[in-house]
Design a protein around this ligand. Structure first.
Ligand SMILES: Nc1nc2c(ncn2[C@@H]2O[C@H](COP(=O)(O)OP(=O)(O)OP(=O)(O)O)[C@@H](O)[C@H]2O)c(=O)[nH]1
Ligand SMILES: [Mg+2]
Length: 406
């Protein structure tokens, strides 16, 4: 884990309140807390039937928590979502900052947003999260505006609403631009890397395209979509896009804000579901990813499962049996990335045909156009013109012949 600061880390206690059959593990919340720069010193779990009540916790557990907070602790982080008044009650009872899972994720997103689009989207989600909490929560960690300047507390709710409207308008104009870019690319062959946060999407993106996208052992390192060309280039070229990572219980407003970012995935010809095969939890992570993509209308797109980080595994035998169709890779191993590349290229070529197209000498510029647009296997000449042997999707043949007729 890398940290965002070299200063002594603030200490935090994690609290889990799993309902019914919910998992009681706080591992992921711990990673989220570390990503924010906290040192997790203790944790406490209470299984409950509902998240109601002034403190979410029962009396006994609340006493335990208060006691933990008497030590040198700066924050209590809950794995569930808390109402604004629960946050305020807990804050008063414990005398330290209290955050819920949504607050943590929103704060991470707002720190990591890089592009203008991601910043706008995150700011909208952050303000929506803050609006109901402005008066009640008092001094909360999420109330500290990361970008400095006016803090959210100084804005009243109406001003927050106005601000959200303003940001949405600005975002709308960027979204139009992005949509135009996408439609320009609609004819191009695009592969989208999708998956849980930290699975290794950006690492694979780098390896496949030679680009310098950000790779970090942090949750939500990537918050916007990047599109690059698969290297070495194919004809026609294949585009690869890296997307925002998913997480369980991703706050709803954030999912909504990232819809446009994920449009890229919706337009892809092929989705690569990347999982961290060395994470014992990857099956349920895959499930979360599939559900969100289904919701976004990307459920019908052809997809492959990419099991990444196999360099961390001792044996692949069982996984290969469980996922006979899976592609096993390690972003750290060039040979394995090369194999992945070949498979991606192969999956586009699977239903291609080889055909000869005749181009009369009068239209010889078309030969150059063909070379640029499709895979040309060979050329032979006759008295009247050139026969160009191409390998392409069957659906494109008619158009290519049309071109060669002038
Ligand atoms: N050992 C090993 N580590 C890997 C591999 N692929 C990625 N990693 C590491 O896993 C961490 C996360 O990688 P990223 O590529 O940033 O993951 P991501 O899926 O883009 O994550 P988000 O942007 O947060 O959604 C980094 O520390 C990488 O160095 C791999 O094949 N093997
Ligand atoms: Mg990434």
């Amino acid at each position: 884990m890398t940290y965002e600061t070299e200063e002594p880390q603030p200490r935090a206690v994690l609290v889990g309140v799993p309902l019914d059959d919910e998992d009681d593990s706080l591992t992921e919340l711990g990673q989220l807390a570390k990503t924010l720069g906290y040192d997790v010193v203790d944790q406490l779990v209470q299984r409950r039937r509902s998240l109601s009540g002034p403190y979410v916790l029962g009396e006994g557990k609340l006493e335990d928590l208060k006691q933990l907070c008497e030590e040198d602790v700066e924050a209590v982080i809950f794995d569930c979502e808390l109402t604004p008044s629960q946050v305020s009650n807990l804050q008063t009872a414990c005398g330290v900052e209290v955050m819920d899972r949504t607050g943590v994720i929103v704060t991470i997103f707002s720190r990591h947003a890089r592009t203008r689009e991601a910043r706008l989207q995150v700011e909208i989600a952050r303000l929506k999260y803050l609006a109901p909490r402005v008066r009640k929560a008092g001094r909360g960690p999420t109330a500290r505006a990361d970008k400095g300047g006016e803090t959210a507390l100084e804005l009243d709710k109406r001003r927050i609403r106005d601000r959200i409207a303003e940001l949405k308008k600005e975002l709308g104009s960027i979204a139009d631009e992005a949509a135009a870019n996408r439609s320009r690319r609609a004819e191009e062959r695009c592969v989208a890397l999708v998956g849980y946060t930290n699975a290794g999407k950006s690492s694979l993106m780098r390896a496949l395209t030679g680009s310098q996208v950000l790779v970090e052992d942090k949750l939500f390192a990537t918050l916007d979509t990047t599109v690059r060309t698969l290297q070495p280039e194919t004809v026609p070229k294949i585009l690869v896009s890296d997307t925002v990572g998913f997480i369980r219980k991703l706050p709803h407003d954030l999912v909504a804000s990232f819809r446009s970012t994920l449009e890229e995935a919706r337009n892809a010809w092929l989705l690569l579901f990347v999982v961290d095969a060395s994470d014992p939890d990857f099956r349920s992570q895959l499930q979360v990813t599939r559900e969100v993509l289904d919701e976004l209308g990307a459920g019908e797109i052809e997809s492959r499962l990419v099991l990444n980080k196999i360099d961390r595994l001792d044996s692949l035998a069982e996984l290969r049996e469980e996922f006979p169709e899976g592609w096993f890779v390690s972003a750290k191993d060039p040979a394995s990335v090369e194999e992945l590349r070949a498979r991606v290229v192969g999956s586009f070529e699977a239903d291609m045909v080889e055909e000869e197209i005749f181009v009369p000498y009068a239209l010889s510029r078309v030969v150059g156009q063909l070379r640029a647009q499709v895979n040309v296997l060979g050329e032979r000449h006759s008295d009247e013109g050139t026969f160009v042997m191409v390998r392409t999707e069957e659906s494109r043949l008619a158009g290519l012949r049309e071109m060669a007729r002038g």
